[in-house]
Design a binder for this molecule. Structure first.
Ligand code: ARG
Length: 472
């Protein structure tokens, strides 16, 4: 880079010139080749080629011997790749050309006939759809397992009191089970988004050929069925030029990753000594190289970071496609690295979250203590004044404020522990029962509205969710 600016300009020119003459082909190859990324599609590519060959045989384009030779050759290639002996070559650009060249090496002319009525454009679209479809299914399974883990922990803690926050300020007491079930709801919707996008992935582009279809009498329904697709795609240009199936999958992953990141952030907060709500298990903690007392929640932090990358990849993929004239352009080759990376990061994140959830130790006493801070049940007193005394809410709010102030002055941490006489000095009609109802337990137990935090409600939601999970 500094060649043109170096003192020895001539030497610089010479270095640059030499480099230029020697390298364009190599750089071209480097920017063009995708084999290091798309070799991951080898199973799908072999399957796609076998289906294509079988179909060409069935419609009389290939002889039965050629089809058999192609199938046997592809099986042998699959075995080579499996065994790690396949000679991958960058000169052959991508997985499609690598496999086709090797096939011809092994079986001769029959290998050269395989590409009849097909283009790499429909070939890659088919391979990629097959991969994304399976990956979405795998991601859904992983989220399902995470939900199962959350349900176990939520079931254990339907009545464990903790502070509920708004603005990260103590708001009202809730239960830990209720809090965890909020994530079960989010992850359940995430699963439904993942499953929904399969409908859009599930059409087979094979037979669209380069972009316009093919004069060969291909049976596209046959290949679609053979590869497990619901149907063939209906427009050849759309088939080779569209990637919204992958965009949709990555965006579904991104939304779920955002949910994972929020939960990860809470685990980070909860396991800090200042909160002290939870203790990350040894398996999911890391030490500091200098501070011996530290237990760092690295996995949770990395889940936050992965969410950024997954969302970024979803965005990058959309930006790759956004100004492409129909149909295929090589820009689309970069869809795969983004997609593979997003799924890898996602699966790692879900697995790590599941491990943390399964093993994290909660400290109910610390959570309860925190829930009592800041007179979190003051609203319950105001509600009582309105209900029992028919006091207008604004006035009840004012009276409650005075009671809180008195408790503060007396150094009484919880309103339920305030001596009755002190409360009655402010409002003579306040009863002992009214004060008793200001414990965090009573506050939580009173919130019996559907979807509220009362332990009975939470237990019912956990039970329903377990049934839903089992019936899927
Ligand atoms: N490696 C290419 C990709 O992933 C395969 C399709 C190549 N098509 C082409 N017209 N050059 O997109």
């Amino acid at each position: 880079m500094d060649d043109g600016h170096s003192k020895d300009n001539q030497r610089g020119q010479k270095m640059w010139g030499g480099r230029f003459a020697a390298t364009p082909d190599q750089i071209m190859q480097q920017i063009n080749a995708s084999i290091d990324v798309d070799r991951r599609l080898w199973r799908e590519d072999v399957a796609g080629s076998k289906a294509h060959a079988a179909m060409l045989g069935a419609v009389g384009v290939l002889s039965a011997q050629d089809v058999t030779a192609i199938h046997d050759g592809l099986d042998a290639i699959a075995a080579e790749i499996e065994a790690g002996t396949f000679p991958f070559s960058v000169e052959l650009e991508d997985i499609h050309l690598n496999i086709e060249a090797r096939l011809t090496e092994r079986i001769g002319d029959a290998g050269k006939r395989l590409h009849t009525g097909r283009s790499r454009n429909d070939q890659v679209a088919t391979d990629f759809r097959l991969w994304v479809k399976a990956a979405v299914d795998g991601a859904d399974d992983a989220v399902e397992a995470l939900i199962a883990a959350l349900l176990v922990r939520a079931g254990e803690h339907v009545a464990t009191i903790m502070p509920g926050f708004t603005h990260l300020q103590t708001a009202q007491p809730v239960t830990l089970g209720h809090h965890l079930m909020a994530y079960v709801e989010m992850f359940t919707r995430d699963r439904s988004r993942l499953i929904d996008c399969i409908a859009h992935i599930d059409e087979c582009p094979l037979g669209a050929a380069a972009l316009a279809g093919t004069p060969w009498s291909v049976d596209r329904h046959m290949t679609a069925v053979a590869l497990g697709f619901r149907a063939p795609t209906r427009n050849s240009m759309d088939s080779v030029g569209s990637r919204d199936f992958a965009m949709e999958a990555l965006n579904a992953l991104a939304i779920c990753a955002v949910h994972l990141s929020r939960l990860a952030e809470e685990l980070v907060l909860w396991s800090s000594p200042q909160f002290g709500f939870a203790r990350m298990s040894d398996q999911w903690s890391t030490g500091s190289s200098i501070m011996p007392q530290k237990r760092n929640p690295d996995a949770a932090e990395l889940i936050r970071a992965k969410a950024a990358r997954i969302a970024g990849n979803a965005q990058s993929l959309m930006m790759i496609v956004k100004a492409l004239p129909l149909t295929y352009a090589k820009d689309l080759q970069d869809d795969k690295a983004l997609t593979f990376e997003a799924f890898d990061a996602f699966n790692l994140s879900v697995a790590a979250m599941r491990g943390m959830i399964e093993t994290i130790g909660f400290d109910p006493a610390a959570m309860r203590r925190a829930a009592t801070l800041g007179y979190s049940t003051a609203t319950d007193l105001a509600d009582w004044l309105v209900r029992a005394l028919n006091m207008p809410f604004r006035e009840a709010h004012h009276v409650t404020g005075a009671v809180v102030k008195r408790a503060e002055v007396l150094g009484v941490a919880e309103l339920c522990d305030l001596p009755l006489a002190e409360a009655q000095a402010i409002e003579p009609r306040i009863t002992a029962d009214a004060l008793a109802a200001l414990s965090v337990e009573a506050s939580v137990a009173a919130r019996t509205s559907y979807g509220g935090t009362a332990p009975d409600q939470v237990a019912a939601r956990v039970a329903e969710a377990k049934v839903r999970l089992a019936n899927r």
